[in-house]
Design a binder for this molecule. Structure first.
Ligand SMILES: *Cc1c(COP(=O)(O)O)cnc(C)c1O
Length: 226
């Protein structure tokens, strides 16, 4: 199927729910992104800063770019002028740098807190206690140029749907806890970014508001040599 047909099939599947479709275009060429763009897609996700900046420069400016991969503090400055949302905030230090660069660009940058839900000790993402500590800190209260819009998580790579369902349920529960404790009066805190090509229907069932789909839209990726 073509990229346009894939997008339209997914849209049909998710119906007119509130779920936003992020087309994960990492490793994919400009032509493929253009094809998706021409099919009406405007939200794209990338995981590498340099690749993201290059694509941003070449493509139409009404695309909303989402950073979904790990972000190093020294690279925030390259995306701060244009990024729509950063899904991968995993420390106060990173959030402070995003705030600093957002201020320089006279903007407020939307962010999600990446929470650890996978079974294995993954390198990135905070546990719930760390997220709470961040949100309680005086340093966080001073940040005026970032807006926390919700949470993001990546489930364990497994073919056991029960395990995936439990992890998605856990993230939804974390979201609700943080919403009630810190964001009760903040309508911007409304996103749960979870679900990839292999598990997005399950993620939606468990409350996802943003699904991040790469291979379902663009076809498989070549493993990238380091
Ligand atoms: C690559 C990636 C995706 C998309 O993966 P697919 O399985 O191709 O849908 C989603 N989220 C993150 C964080 C990714 O790195």
């Amino acid at each position: 199927m073509s990229i346009a047909a894939n997008i339209s099939a997914i849209k049909k599947e998710i119906g007119n729910s509130n779920v936003k479709l992020i087309a994960v275009s990492k490793t994919k060429p400009i032509e493929s992104i253009t094809e998706a763009y021409e099919a009406g897609q405007r939200l794209f996700g990338e995981n590498m800063v340099q690749e993201l900046v290059e694509k941003y420069e070449k493509l139409p400016k009404d695309i909303e770019w989402h950073l979904i991969g790990h972000l190093q503090t020294n690279k925030v400055k390259y995306i701060a002028p244009f990024i729509s949302m950063i899904h991968s905030v995993d420390s106060l230090k990173l959030l402070q740098e995003i705030n600093k660069q957002a201020l320089k660009n006279n903007r407020v940058i939307d962010c999600l807190l990446q929470l650890e839900i996978a079974d294995e000790e993954t390198k990135f993402g905070m546990d719930l206690a760390e997220a709470i500590e961040l949100l309680r800190s005086d340093e966080f209260q001073e940040l005026k140029n970032v807006r926390i819009c919700g949470v993001m998580g990546i489930a364990t790579l497994t073919d056991n749907p029960k395990m995936t369902a439990e992890e998605f349920y856990e993230l939804s529960t974390f979201y609700k806890g943080l919403k009630d404790t810190f964001f009760r009066k903040d309508p911007a805190f409304k996103e749960i970014s979870m679900g990839m090509s292999s598990d997005y229907l399950l993620a939606i069932e468990k409350g996802s508001t943003m699904i991040r789909l790469g291979s379902t839209i663009f076809g498989g990726r070549q493993a990238k040599a380091k």
